[in-house]
Ligand binder design. Sequence first.
Ligand code: TXA
Ligand code: MG
Length: 352
Amino acid sequence: METKVILIEEEKISREAVGEAGKIIKNGGLVAFPTETVYGLGGNALDEKASEKIYRAKGRPSDNPLIVHICRIEDMYSIVKEVPEAAKKLADAFWPGPLTMILEKNEKIPYATTGGLDTVAVRMPAHKAALAFIDAAGGYVAAPSANRSGKPSPTLARYVMEDMDGRIDMIIDGGGNRIGLESTIVDLTEEVPLILRPGYITQEMLEKVLGRVETDRAVMQGDGGQAPKAPGMKYRHYSPEGELTIISGSEEKVVEEINRRSAEMKKRGEKVGIIGTDRTAAFYKGASVKSAGSREEEGSIARTLYRILREFDDEGITVIYSESFEEPAGGGIGQAIMNRLLKAAGYRIERI
Ligand code: TXA
Ligand code: MG
């Protein structure tokens, strides 16, 4: 299959291009598209054959459910059993935006889309091209992140191409994603709303609207013997090919320790990559050094992290050291950054 790439500017959307992409979905095909978080790999959410195709293209286990993307808040009502008060409030507060809600599905959504679950994940993305495309596609687009299973989510169309060329019908290139990490997932089928995946919308922001909200313990500690509730969280996602270790401590000591380990690994013939920040990058020696951005602007780190992990793969890096981004724990997107970094590291973090 030949994968066609089309360019769409968010502020100058071509009806014709969006129409062509929508038609592919209506005919049962697959189209990757930009959102404000990461690129999604879309198919018709109401067609079980399309969902099966998505699993095949990603090389993803089919018990890992897909997020259904919509372009109007009202459309949530036609795919779930009931819209609880909490979902109405969250949709009003955060949609369109980087928030995914888990609700009880109705018969309109096939089990192939939800990996056999009776619940469905729903999200309305804040990206004009995504909304226009979803509308043209019939209103219900099932989409996981557009990476091959086990790779970081793509934050540029180029990375979608690397993973999906020849496996899908079309890629809509909308440039870089504004946020760079996947949406917050909140489960509203529990008595107390439960965050299954942290993202740009934080627990604090959800609590302002809903009152009490909890975060799944698996988020920062791995499964710890407990089964995580989002099936996707049990797979070792977001993993670079190099073995990643996070070193946490005072900036000065961390730089020293990473330089020491890096020199040792180099002697053993490993190819070392280091993730620092704008302030520390110049102090690392003898390795492939990348700055994730500035600690004063966490959004820059969120936007850069997945690109760095992919670049290390491209460079054939075999051992990676990263600074920790726990502090300053200023709320914000910091928890999401740390959650993805910990997953990429297989929860290997050393405190010095
Ligand atoms: O920002 C995002 O959410 C991106 C863009 C494309 O919208 N999408 C995304 O999808 O990250 P994906 O498939 O890579 O991650 C979806 C996560 C998986 O961990 C999956 O297990 C979980 O959501 N999930 C989906 N449906 C669920 C359900 N019914 N119950 C629990 N977890 C669910
Ligand atoms: Mg994903």
